[in-house]
Each structure stands twice: as C-alpha cells, then as structure tokens.
Design a protein around this ligand. Structure first.
Ligand code: SF4
Length: 381
C-alpha cells in the first residue's frame, strides 16, 4: 500500500548516484546483509566489570579496529553460519556476557552518572535521577512511535521513534512540545525500558518499515538505553541515527560502528549562529569531527539534512555546502525549504531576521550552488 502513497520510495533506487551511496543500508533492508548491532553482540570481547571507565574505553578502542575488519568479512555471510563459528569457540552464555555491544552499554551506563553524552557536558547524575540540560533523567521517554511516510524517499516507510528531550534549545523548533516544552513531571519515572524499545522495533517491522529511525527531540540522551535494547532486539533492519550530531567524541566512538545509516542535521557553519539560535556553543567543531567519523569509523552512509534559513545562506548554507564538498567522500544532501517561524521566533520580537520563510531566490541560490559544486541533492530533497 505504501508504494502507492510514495512511488518515489521505489523509483529513487533507479538513481545510480543514490544506489552507490547507500549500498549497505539497502542490502540490510533487503535481507542481504546483517545489521551491525547483531554482529556487535556476537563479537567476543572479554569484559571485566571492575575496570575503570578509562580502561573500558581503551579496550573499546583496541577492539574497534578488529571489529571493523571482522564486520567487513561477515556482514554478507548467513547469520546461522556466523553463530555456528562463534559458538564453536565460546559458549553462547559466555558470548552473551562478553561482547562488543555489551562493552558499549557498560561504558555509556558509567558515563550516565556524570553525563557527557553531548557537548553540553553538563555532568548531570542522570543515573541518580537528576535531569540534564536536555530535560530528561536517565530513563527513555517516548512521545510516539509510528510508520513515517514523510521522510526522504530512500528512508520511507520509516519506523520512527520520537524521544522527549533535546541537547539543543532551538528558538525556532517545530517540535518544541517534545524537545523543550514538555511537562516532565507528568511522566517522570514512567520511562520505557530497553525491552519496550526492542518490542517497538518488532511491531514497526511487522508494519513493513525499511528502518528503525531514532529521533526526537534528540536521541543522544537515550543512547545508553538504545544500545541496551540492541542486546534484545531481533529485527533485521538498518538502524538509523537521526540527530543534530552534537555528540561528544566518546559518544560518537561508541555509536558509530553499530549504526547502519545516519540522518545528520547540518544547521549552521559557525558557532555564533549555533549559539544564538540553539545554545550550542561548540557546534561547528563537533559537527565537522562527527561527520568525518561517520566516514572514517562507521558505515559512511548518510543523508545530510540542511534546513535553509532566511538571511542565513551566506553565513551557513553556502559554507556548509563548500565544507561538505571539500571534506566528505560521498555527500548526499537534502536541501530543505520548509523552514517557517515557530516557537520563540513566532512568540517574541527577538529574532526578526528569521521571522519569515526563506525567499524563492535564497532557495534557488543554495540549490544552484550545490549544482555548481556537483553536490548531489535532487532525489533526496
Ligand atoms: S545528554 Fe543531556 S545530560 Fe548528557 S551532557 Fe547532554 S545535555 Fe547534559
């Protein structure tokens, strides 16, 4: 049925530029490759729970390269064959307690007591129930989970899970009711467990989705529980990280090799704009580093989202396209024209320069610049 609603979700795969950029993603939802999380939990890593966070991170770094090589060898081998091989060396029970994914879960749970998942680095004791700058404690609070038909054509239909809370405070947020203005006391303590999440993936899969799409608000504050849910999950679907990418380097290291595809937002190309509109003072450095990490340490498959804002084409849109063109190997950009004034921009007179939609000529100039550079955008915008 969905193919009638979004014919482009089928026809888009005839574009060779896109096919070549999203090989792993496509083969996972077609059942020809194993999602990364399933291999991460079969990859033996001896775990000593008494080790310090620093030691665990060193062990993670040591095994990252080994896992990368193993993943490349095994991702297209039938899962039963890999399990046979792995369980011949280590008992099933032993693997369950000692694996690469489990190590990641342990590290994130440790970080949670003085949280530094994102560059706000507010060090809130979320494990002890304290609330961070992102507005949530250590539990996962989900606003909705459904089959999304409005995403970019290669992603549709998408099993989208919206988390409450955000690591940004965007003054124009279109989802401010779940990112910033939710009444936390209403549901405090009634969060979703990793098993709830794993069951949601199963339910979304049974509705025919092509991926599990973690979004919000922002998924970053929930990365410990999302990873823990992967210890239980059974779905053969690509896992998609849909984010503002304001993660710390450590968070990125932990996430980057278990997610199959990325929807990174590239909003601003400088810290002045990021600070003024999103209170993200370390944005540009973090964004550049994290985008490179997707290519260097992860699947390298992504669709960048760039929302064109009025009066921000010269300071943000054009420099972002230039950076993407000069620094990334396989840029694929959704140049989005749907900005409209919302939330604080609409309610106050503090941001007159963005209290309007981008003009037709602004949109034209940004898209023309992408064409001039040869940055591929058409079939995902
Ligand atoms: S994820 Fe939340 S609690 Fe953790 S550092 Fe970021 S804002 Fe602070």
């Amino acid at each position: 049925m969905w193919a009638l609603q979004r014919r482009d979700a089928m026809s888009v795969w005839q574009q060779f530029e896109l096919k070549d950029r999203l090989v792993e993603y496509r083969e996972i939802f077609q059942g020809k490759r194993i999602p990364r999380y399933k291999l991460a939990r079969l990859f033996y890593v001896p775990i000593d729970e008494k080790k310090s966070q620093k030691d665990l991170l060193d062990i993670h770094e040591h095994y990252h390269t080994k896992f990368k090589t193993w993943l490349e060898e095994k991702q297209t081998v039938p899962l039963e064959d890999i399990e046979k091989e792995v369980f011949a060396k280590h008992k099933e029970e032993e693997i369950r307690k000692n694996n690469y994914l489990k190590l990641k879960v342990m590290i994130t749970k440790d970080i949670l007591s003085a949280c530094e998942f994102c560059e706000n680095r507010c060090k809130a004791d979320r494990a002890g129930g304290k609330i961070g700058n992102c507005g949530v404690d250590g539990q996962a609070y989900i606003s909705s989970a459904f089959v999304h038909m409005g995403e970019e054509s290669p992603i549709v239909p998408s099993g989208t899970i919206f988390f409450y809370g955000c690591t940004f405070q965007c003054v124009f947020c279109q989802n401010h009711d779940i990112s910033q203005e939710f009444a936390f006391e209403r549901f405090k303590g009634k969060g979703h467990t990793p098993l709830d999440l794993a069951q949601m993936y199963y339910s979304l899969k049974s509705q025919g989705v092509r991926n599990i799409n973690f979004v919000g608000g922002e998924p970053t504050p929930n990365l410990h529980l999302i990873l823990e849910s992967f210890l239980e999950a059974q779905v053969d679907l690509p896992m998609l990280w849909n984010s503002n990418m304001y993660l710390t380097e450590t968070s990125m290291k932990i996430l980057v090799d278990v997610f199959d595809i990325w929807l990174p937002d590239m909003k601003y190309s400088n810290n002045d704009c990021a600070t003024k509109y999103s209170k993200a003072s370390k944005y540009w450095e973090a964004l550049q580093r994290n985008m490179k990490m997707i290519e260097e340490r992860g699947s390298g498959e992504y669709i960048i989202r760039h929302l064109v804002m009025p009066n921000h084409t010269n300071c943000c849109s054009i420099p972002i396209l230039n950076w993407v063109n000069e620094n990334l190997k396989t840029p694929l950009v959704n140049i989005m024209g749907q900005y409209r004034p919302e939330y604080k921009v609409l309610r106050t007179e503090m941001y007159p320069e963005i209290k309007k939609k981008p003009t037709t000529s602004e949109m034209y100039n940004v898209r023309k610049h992408a064409d001039d550079l040869g940055v591929y955008w058409k079939s995902v915008s």
